[in-house]
Design a protein around this ligand. Sequence first.
Ligand SMILES: [Zn+2]
Ligand SMILES: [Zn+2]
Length: 126
Amino acid sequence: MINPEHMCIQHILGEHRELHALMGSIERTKPGYKGFERHRNNIKALARDGYIELKSLKTRHEQLVGYLKNHNSPIEEVPTLEYIPKEVIEAEVNIEKSRKDLIDRPQACRPNGKCREKILNSENTR
Ligand SMILES: [Zn+2]
Ligand SMILES: [Zn+2]
């Protein structure tokens, strides 16, 4: 995952919101929830495309929270992963893809182009 130090606030907020949405989706993979199959398939697709990393959900959330003011939505326990296939549980975020997404869409940043600037600067000073 991209170091939040190299992300703009808009993208930190967005990823934080997505983590909470993902928690909701995991909860809804349990049988008995209406549309549980749809939630299982969504999570599978996100894992396959390198967008989520369930094993780091909690620690990534804590890391992002360090950059937020007035955070009031702790993640205590990740819901059961019992209904999620093993390869999805073990999937990792595609860092190269995340990096490219942040660099290639400057209009999604606040301020405009901030992620690109931070990421490219960090690479130049290596
Ligand atoms: Zn939160
Ligand atoms: Zn950004």
